[in-house]
Design a protein. Structure first.
Length: 95
């Protein structure tokens, strides 16, 4: 009986060592379940944030749609917000 347990223990240790060696050589190829979808790239803008006066969204100034010029310029997140704001305030489209 002791001879049988000793032999079984040696085989188990050999299989464990073989598993680690194969993982080191070939890598772990087991599927990890459901993979998360790739993440969207987040813009890392170093510029100023401006607030859309229509919806209140903050956006990088470099990506904003601008209406007006100079100090009177308004920044919008989309053309839809710009159009709604200008329509509600009785202004025409300004570039």
């Amino acid at each position: 009986m002791m001879l049988w347990i000793g032999w079984l223990l040696r085989v188990l240790i050999a299989l464990i060592i073989l598993r680690f060696v194969l993982r080191a050589v070939f890598g772990d190829r087991r599927p990890r379940g459901r993979q998360a979808p790739p993440r969207k790239r987040v813009e890392r803008a170093g510029g100023n944030l401006v607030q859309d006066p229509q919806c209140g969204t903050y956006i990088p100034q470099s990506r904003a749609i601008v209406a007006g010029h100079g100090a009177a310029a308004l920044h919008f997140c989309s053309t839809g917000c710009r159009d709604r704001y200008l329509a509600s305030h009785g202004r025409r489209h300004a570039s």
